[in-house]
Design a protein around this ligand. Structure first.
Ligand SMILES: Nc1ncnc2c1ncn2[C@@H]1O[C@H](COP(=O)(O)OP(=O)(O)OP(=O)(O)O)[C@@H](O)[C@H]1O
Ligand SMILES: [Mg+2]
Length: 391
């Protein structure tokens, strides 16, 4: 089933396979030195824009990550009572800070170096990067061998929780919400690629890492695998392959050459999950349907078959032309050749166009007439001479 030359790790057998290698994260040495000094101190200090600040009062300034001691964490989580999730990094608990703020506290499994490296990268990245579509890191604890991360609490959990294996009483996501989530995730990624300097390659885009607030506004989480992108004339960064099985771009999986286009591929996988309601990898499906991309590719070639890709839980409640546009965008992101994939700014523009044509009960009854696919897709070509390709 795998087209990858990399081995799924056993770190998270229960949910999905993570691709990883214990020796591969080489965080920017300047940043990592700052992190170690910040985290090795007792008491409360904070890191912001790479500079450590003593907070004095212990209060958190906006955009800074506060250093907590372990006792604060035990009190905030009522002794780690309210488990809300578990991933490869460790368990996630709900908690409440002194200030009354509800938080999610992620506690690192104490099983090795890899997690500690991811912890450092996560604290540094989220201390330096701030955007409404990136999860807010409120603080961290690095006391003794304890490593905890404190995030804003995202009430609706992850996108994965709303797409797959729904409970009988759970409402499936409607079309407009799916587009809203796609745009927010795309804007978060655009910020990392085009606004951060140097650019940041996220490397772990997947539906489990898109968290949702009470209004289904999405935020990207888990920056432990993020990498500073190529600078100057360099076209890629060389790394060992990391990411999550099923979301990883084929050229990156095969060569370890990481570019911003690797994230665009992963974004295409998430788009396809949003459209189809199918998991990137689903071993419970019959042969030929277990790998979502392999299953979907033949449908990309024939517009008349696009409706086969739509999630049956949508029950046909989507604007048909917008579905076609969304599939066109997705297929572009999933191009085998990285250079043919669009840049994130163009994906955002195309999705914003789709959002301007929401589904209403009248949408498919001929009363609304969205412009042609050419018009939507044309948003890709507004500046094709930039870093990416256009449709
Ligand atoms: N800030 C948060 N607010 C609310 N729930 C959260 C938050 N962070 C994580 N969670 C919950 O905890 C679960 C586990 O998250 P975690 O990031 O540890 O693992 P994962 O992303 O599912 O997998 P992995 O990181 O191992 O690839 C999430 O699916 C989500 O339901
Ligand atoms: Mg996660």
């Amino acid at each position: 089933m795998s087209c990858f030359g990399c081995v799924p790790s056993g770190r998270k057998e229960a949910k999905r396979s993570k691709i990883e290698d214990s020796a591969r994260i080489r965080p920017n040495p300047r940043l990592s030195a700052e992190s170690s000094s910040a985290s090795s101190r007792g008491g409360r200090s904070s890191v912001s824009n790479g500079k450590k600040k003593e907070s004095g009062t212990g209060g958190r300034k906006s955009g800074t990550a506060q250093c907590f001691n372990f006792r604060d964490m035990a009190i905030a989580s009522r002794n780690f009572r309210d488990l809300i999730g578990e991933g490869g990094f460790g368990k996630v608990y709900k908690g409440r800070l002194d200030s009354g703020e509800v938080v999610a506290i992620k506690q690192l499994n104490r099983d090795g170096l890899q997690g500690n490296q991811e912890f450092i990268v996560e604290v540094l990245m989220l201390s330096l990067l701030h955007h409404s579509n990136l999860v807010n890191l409120l603080g961290y604890c690095a006391e003794g061998d304890q490593r905890l991360l404190v995030y804003e609490y995202m009430q609706m959990g992850s996108l994965e929780d709303h797409l797959f294996d729904l409970q009988p009483d759970q409402e499936p996501l409607g079309w407009n919400t799916r587009i809203k989530i796609a745009i927010g995730a795309a804007r978060g990624l655009e910020y990392l690629h085009d606004k951060a300097d140097p650019p940041v390659i996220y490397r772990d885009l997947k539906s489990a890492n898109i968290l949702l607030d009470k209004d289904f506004n999405p935020k990207l989480s888990d920056f432990g695998l993020a990498k500073l992108g190529p600078v100057g004339d360099n076209t890629h960064v060389s790394t060992r392959v990391m990411g999550t099985y099923g979301y990883c771009a084929p050229e990156y999986a095969m060569s370890g050459k990481l570019t911003l286009k690797s994230d665009i591929y992963s974004f295409g996988v998430v788009m396809l999950e949003l459209i189809s309601g199918r998991k990137a990898i689903d071993s419970s499906r019959k042969a030929g349907e277990q790998n979502l991309i392999a299953w979907a590719r033949p449908f990309f070639r024939d517009r008349r078959k696009f409706s086969h890709l739509a999630d049956p839980l949508l029950q046909g409640c989507y604007p048909v032309r917008c579905l076609h546009h969304a599939i066109a965008v997705t297929a572009m992101c999933l191009q085998e050749q990285p250079n043919f994939r669009p840049i994130m700014g163009d994906v955002v523009a195309a999705l914003e166009y789709l959002a301007s044509q929401p589904y209403t009960s009248e949408t498919n009854s001929g009363k609304r007439s969205p412009p042609s696919t050419k018009q939507a897709v044309g948003t890709f070509s507004r500046d094709s001479s930039r870093k990416g390709s256009s449709l």
